[in-house]
Design a protein around this ligand. Structure first.
Ligand SMILES: C[S@@+](CC[C@H](N)C(=O)[O-])C[C@H]1O[C@@H](n2cnc3c(N)ncnc32)[C@H](O)[C@@H]1O
Ligand SMILES: Nc1nc2[nH]cc(C(=O)O)c2c(=O)[nH]1
Ligand code: SF4
Ligand SMILES: [Mg+2]
Length: 214
């Protein structure tokens, strides 16, 4: 069995509450969605089939406590929860970046599940599994990627819904890179007094925004 892996690399974590920390990334191949703004289309195909043990060995080459499983969409591969569990067993802090369309309950709760529910301009918001709202633990995080004002209003409604349910997970609002100016999103957040975190993709400021493997 194993997993189809597009790339494994070490970089600076560019997003989430762990932004700024060195992090090893396992980018899995394939995605069930086609977001209009996707910056990782190159991971829709190709890659190498690897056994979980081989992936663990590659990760161990770096002395790094933080590991993120991303893609593509990690939860379309059956063995992703096994990889997360094995990394947790090794004492790693494990982040899993997922598009919100699959059941996050398949993945160990000790893993930080970063759930990116899709806003309308992605073209994929009908894929959101809102059952995941019930499955979020305080350790998990929600990320909402915003391209324009109507996405913002959708994200704001979802944020209020999350808090009304008593879910305390951090919520990030992230502008689509090169499409929505961070200052506009910042202005909307501040004028509505939302307690959300403005998430900028740090790696796109450190390196060329089109660079792979960073
Ligand atoms: C490439 S996806 C992989 C994980 C999963 N498929 C998902 O969508 O969450 C990683 C993150 O990058 C975000 N992303 C993709 N393209 C982006 C862009 N052009 N600007 C800002 N964020 C983007 C996605 O919304 C997601 O939060
Ligand atoms: N540096 C860096 N940080 C990231 N955080 C989430 C990423 C992703 O593509 O899921 C990502 C990425 O692609 N690069
Ligand atoms: S779900 Fe993630 S990887 Fe898939 S198309 Fe959307 S942003 Fe890209
Ligand atoms: Mg990325």
């Amino acid at each position: 069995m194993g997993l189809r892996v597009h790339e494994i690399f070490r970089s600076i974590q560019g997003e989430s509450t762990r932004a700024g920390w060195p992090c090893v990334f396992v980018r899995l191949t394939g995605c069930n969605l086609r977001c209009t703004y996707c910056d990782t289309r190159y991971a829709y195909d190709r890659g190498e089939d690897m056994a979980v043990e081989d992936i663990l060995e590659r990760i161990a080459a770096w002395n790094c406590n933080l590991v993120e499983i991303t893609g593509g969409e990690p939860l379309i591969q059956e063995e992703t929860p096994v990889l997360a569990a094995r990394l947790l067993e090794r004492g790693k802090t494990v982040l899993l970046e997922t598009n919100g369309s699959r059941n996050i309950g398949e993945v160990d709760e000790r893993c930080v599940r970063i759930v990116d529910f899709k806003c309308p301009s992605s073209g994929e918001s009908s894929a959101n599994d809102y059952g995941n709202l019930e499955r979020l633990s305080p350790r998990d995080e929600v990320k909402l990627v915003v391209a324009d004002r109507s996405d913002y209003e959708f994200a704001r409604d979802l944020y209020h819904r999350i808090r009304r349910r008593g879910v305390t997970s951090p919520v990030h609002f992230s502008p689509v890179f090169g499409i929505l100016a961070p200052s506009r999103l910042a202005g909307w957040i501040l004028s509505d007094g939302l307690q959300v975190r403005l998430n900028l993709q740090l790696h796109k400021f450190i390196w060329d925004p089109d660079a792979r493997g960073v």
